[in-house]
Write a protein that binds this ligand. Structure first.
Ligand SMILES: Nc1ncnc2c1ncn2[C@@H]1O[C@H](COP(=O)(O)OP(=O)(O)OP(=O)(O)O)[C@@H](O)[C@H]1O
Length: 257
């Protein structure tokens, strides 16, 4: 891909917390495709997501979306510039209903493709729960709402932080379908995943993060077929990836659909 056709281009990005630098010269580029960022716990994946969307200021380097600098913008401006975010832990409002969550985002949105009705069509289960509060939703329903809310921005890029976390396999299937549909419609999806099996289903390009940088890139098949890569880059032990092993330790908190 040439510089000109990169939708997202991140160059030499630095960011961290106080004196502690977590992203340390991170670079990546992607077009209208799905790309996964995988890596052990604590390598900086969430920090990357938070920096891309403006929650955390970059202390160096640059982030360009379709050629336009977006680093240094407030999160609201980054969203309007075209980066939607599905944060880890979903960050929903316990007292707002599903309808209210979607209406709140729809007011800010500009595009036409994704409306609350289109989100309900995509996730019929959410339509059934539309008058329920965020706190009453199961983990899977919360994740659908977090994804639906992000889609309402009609942004060219959606960043998802650990979207499969805590989801039952059937809900992960739905997520895989949704990401496939988005890419088919020309939307780029950057997904951070702790779970290798989910990551390879969500994206073919697998970027491996080590100590705040993208250190290597593999295809999903390469990672699945080579246990030594899993051990080296993901800290995966003896269990085969096909058994649904998480590329880290914190994952297995049970299914919450
Ligand atoms: N709010 C914070 N303040 C200080 N340090 C933080 C903060 N959030 C994360 N860190 C540190 O930054 C480093 C990277 O964390 P980050 O959450 O980005 O990693 P990660 O790859 O997403 O890992 P995990 O999957 O465990 O969340 C870790 O050393 C972490 O302890």
């Amino acid at each position: 891909m040439s510089t000109n056709d990169a939708l997202l281009e991140v160059r030499d990005l630095r960011a961290g917390y106080g004196a502690s630098l977590v992203l340390d010269g991170l670079s990546l580029r992607m077009g209208a495709e799905s790309v996964a960022v995988v890596g052990r716990n604590g390598m900086g994946k969430t920090t990357l997501c938070d920096t891309l969307v403006g929650f955390l200021p970059a202390s160096g380097g640059e982030i360009r979306l379709a050629g336009r600098r977006v680093d240094g913008l407030a999160p609201e401006k980054v969203a309007l510039a075209g980066i939607a975010y599905v944060p880890q832990g979903r960050r929903l409002f316990p007292s707002l209903t599903v309808d209210e969550h979607l209406a709140m985002m729809a007011r800010r949105a500009r595009g036409r493709r994704w409306t609350p009705d289109a989100v309900y069509e995509l996730f019929p289960r959410l339509a059934e729960r539309r008058h329920h509060g965020g706190a009453d939703l199961s983990g899977g329903e919360q994740q659908m709402l977090a994804v639906g809310r992000a889609l309402l921005l009609n942004a060219p890029l959606v960043v998802m932080d650990e979207p499969s976390e805590g989801l039952a396999p059937t809900i992960v299937d739905v997520l895989v379908d949704v990401v496939g549909q988005l890419v088919a419609e020309g939307v780029a999806v950057l997904v951070v995943e702790q779970n290798l099996r989910a990551a390879v289903r969500l994206a073919n390009r697998q970027l491996v993060m080590v100590s705040g940088r993208i250190e290597a890139e593999f295809t999903g098949d390469e990672l699945l077929d080579r246990p030594e890569l899993q051990r080296r880059y993901l800290g995966v032990g003896s269990a085969p990836a096909s058994a649904g092993v998480a590329a880290g330790s914190r994952h297995e908190e049970g299914e919450r659909t």
